[in-house]
Ligand binder design. Structure first.
Ligand code: LIP
Length: 276
């Protein structure tokens, strides 16, 4: 039977390439940075333009589909998942990296209909296009990728990010989690600066785990299916099932590492994307 999502995914790949070009072109010019909720929550004209490009192109072709886009939500649009096919879009994931032309900036997509159907993450400065269609494996630039399969946490490289909110209690817990993990010990902790790229680094075996509390559905959406299809484990920070709107996740190259992390990481409240 023909795949009903193939045409959607092909269209999305075309738009992704245009978005990547827009981002690379913008990097040749001066970037005007604007602050959103805090000095670590930034937006540029390019974030807005890329999101407009993506939404208008998809809307023209799929008139009944819904959208959750990072910058539309920042402008007041709702962030609610329904049964309608929904595109979740992060035009530039790693806006802070984009501002300094750091290596990891990505455009990330997902189309979901109750379940995540496919995900695309384009790490455009490195020209790495990660794709996954549910049940069909994960790829980088057309080559199959898989997680490292590492089971021994003492041989693992763990990724995390520092998050946007600097509430003193959250900050203390965040720092104590880092100390706990470093002293397991693990090989190291890194913060590349783009949640979507972090997920793809685990998916292709360059890192063994990633955890984060306080990100958003658009940061996790494209990467979630890529990690699953690459053979990775994705779960809630508590060890329960992954919830796209929960703003928290653990992903790992194996169940053993994921379980170990859920046991040692202390939680702090971050709210939900669909209740803010
Ligand atoms: C950012 C992430 C970054 C994370 C921030 C934020 P943005 O996304 O990619 O890794 O630490 O919490 O969500 O705002 O650049 O799309």
């Amino acid at each position: 039977m023909a795949d009903p999502w193939k045409e959607c995914m092909d269209h999305c790949l075309e738009v992704t390439k245009q978005a990547g070009k827009m981002i690379r072109d913008a990097l040749q010019k001066d970037i005007a940075i604007m602050q959103k909720s805090s000095p670590v929550d930034l937006v540029t004209e390019t974030d807005l333009k890329v999101e407009q490009l993506i939404i208008s192109s998809i809307r023209k072709k799929y008139t009944t589909h819904s959208f959750i886009g990072e910058e539309s939500v920042a402008a007041g649009a709702p962030s609610i998942l329904t049964d309608n096919p929904t595109w979740i879009i992060d035009p530039i994931d790693g806006t802070t990296n984009f501002n300094i032309n750091a290596r990891f900036t990505s455009t990330s997509f997902l189309c979901s209909l109750n379940q995540i159907e496919f995900g695309i993450v384009y790490s455009c400065q490195e020209d790495k296009l990660y794709t996954a269609r549910k049940g069909n494996g994960a790829f980088c630039n057309g080559e199959p990728i898989k997680v490292s399969g590492q089971e021994d946490i003492t041989k693992s490289l763990v990724l995390t990010e520092m998050g946007l909110k600097k509430d003193p209690e959250h900050f203390k817990t965040m720092m104590s989690n880092i100390e706990t993990i470093l002293t397991i010990p693990v090989h190291g902790i890194r913060s590349p600066g783009s949640a979507a790229v972090n997920m793809c680094l685990v998916a292709c075996g360059a890192a063994d785990a990633y955890y984060h509390m306080g990100i958003h559905c658009w940061d996790m959406a494209g990467g979630a299916v890529i990690v699953k299809e690459a053979g990775g484990v994705i779960m809630d920070i508590s060890g329960g099932p992954f919830d796209l709107m929960s703003r928290r996740l653990i992903i790992a190259s194996s169940r053993t590492i994921a379980d170990h992390l859920t046991q040692v990481i202390k939680e702090f409240p971050v709210g939900r994307d669909d209740s803010e």
